[in-house]
Ligand binder design. Structure first.
Ligand code: T4K
Length: 378
């Protein structure tokens, strides 16, 4: 038994990369000098170019946040009726469908990757289905090959919510090159961030042109408005912050990899605690989250008990993603005639816990978090 005192300062699930303030101030002078604060300014253009290279995508369009980006993605593909998606995700994923007047159809997930189970998608397709909205949960890639095969067979569009998957690659290919469009979130809680922000990526130049119109009210020029667009633009201050953060991402990723390895090492051997490791040879992972699964029978206490006890030590873990989106009050009506059949997602959502991970997290804290987890085993 370890005699551990609660941490003096709260340990949160994440902490954003912050560039040196003086560097940022220096760069801000450029923006101040130009008086250009938004509407496709020079910082915006620079960040789009840099991100195309880093994410290995042909086309990319920046947004003020990931949710608006995803709403626009559905608009740009003219999705209607029903779209098949996962219940094991952040609220934004099904909400963007609802904002497009589309019914989210929740499909169960794979027990290992925790992503939508591609083998279950086909049975959910109806004449109203127009697309699949899959999420690379925690940055683990979906079964992109199988999903594309189904989409091709049924003439469906594929949208990827890649909010967690910055920099992830499959066989050296940028994750944003799969499907018709992918969305990345650049929220402060993400590996790469612009405080708030996001992007859509595509292989098709026409898609980029359409999305650029849609995110700017549909305005083509001073006298022509082509479609009822929205204001989804990223401003110059966000883009500037992004350019500074970008230079620090690789170092942050290296640190996070070491943190992941330290957790794996300390937690290894605690019966009932399994650290999720969906790394494989073909995937270049980003260590956005470190996720454990708690098997209550083997560990002796529940995930919720562990979550509450860790809080007493000032360790603020998160139950991403509990509850399932399918159980939100606003989606209950979808199951009024047929009950939700999501046994794997139900089980997984009661087992997962995201532990703190960010570059500045020190080894002593990691070791103590693991000691607490070890001590709590019954
Ligand atoms: N799709 C998926 C699959 C997503 O996960 C998300 C967002 C989206 C779509 C939508 O993308 P955006 O529209 O957000 O670009 C957070 C984020 O707000 C959200 O972006 C993210 N997913 C979700 C998984 O996590 P909360 O409610 O957990 O955030 P919050 O404020 O509790 O932050 C968690 C911890 O991070 C805090 O305890 C402390 C730390 N933190 C947070 C912020 C905001 C900081 O240290 N600094 C900060 O500025 O949702």
């Amino acid at each position: 038994m370890n005699n551990i005192e609660p941490f003096e300062d709260p340990i949160y699930v994440t902490q954003p990369i912050l560039p040196k303030l003086e560097n940022l101030v220096e760069k801000l002078k450029e923006v101040w000098g130009s008086k250009r604060l938004t509407n496709n300014g020079p910082q915006h253009k620079r960040l789009e170019e840099r991100l195309c290279d880093i994410l290995k995508v042909p086309y990319l369009s920046l947004f003020n946040n990931g949710t608006i980006a995803l709403i626009v993605a559905c608009q740009s593909l003219r999705l209607t009726g029903e779209v098949i998606t996962t219940p094991f995700t952040f609220a934004a994923t099904p909400h963007v469908l609802t904002w497009n007047n589309i019914s989210p159809i929740f499909c169960d997930i794979d027990p290992v990757t925790m992503n939508i189970d591609a083998d279950k998608i086909e049975s959910m397709i109806t004449p109203q289905t127009t697309g699949i909205l899959a999420v690379h949960v925690y940055g683990t890639p979906c079964d992109v090959k199988k999903i594309q095969e189904i989409a091709n067979r049924y003439g469906l569009k594929v949208v990827y919510d890649a909010a967690h998957a910055f920099g992830v690659e499959i066989d050296g290919k940028g994750i944003g090159t799969f499907g018709d469009v992918s969305m990345f979130s650049f929220h402060a809680t993400k590996l790469f961030h612009t405080a708030e922000g996001g992007a859509l990526t595509f292989n098709d130049k026409n898609m980029k042109d359409r999305v650029d119109l849609l995110k700017n009210f549909g305005i083509k020029n001073e006298e022509e408005v082509m479609m009822p667009g929205i204001n989804g633009k990223m401003n110059e201050l966000q883009a500037l912050l992004g350019l500074e953060v970008l230079g620090l991402v690789e170092e942050e990723k290296k640190k996070r990899r070491n943190i992941f390895l330290a957790y794996s090492n300390y937690l290894n051997g605690i019966e009932g605690i399994k650290i999720c490791n969906n790394n494989s040879e073909d995937v270049n992972h980003n260590y956005q989250y470190v996720v454990i699964r708690v098997n209550e029978k083997e560990y002796g206490v529940s995930r919720d008990y562990l979550y509450t006890e860790l809080k007493k030590y000032n360790v603020h873990t998160r139950k991403y993603f509990y509850p399932l989106c399918s159980s939100f009050a606003c989606y209950k009506h979808l199951f009024s005639s047929i009950p939700a059949n999501l046994p794997i997602a139900d089980k997984v959502s009661t087992e997962v816990l995201c532990l703190p991970i960010y570059g500045e997290l020190n080894g002593y804290v990691i070791q103590n978090i693991c000691n607490i987890i070890s001590d709590l085993k019954q």
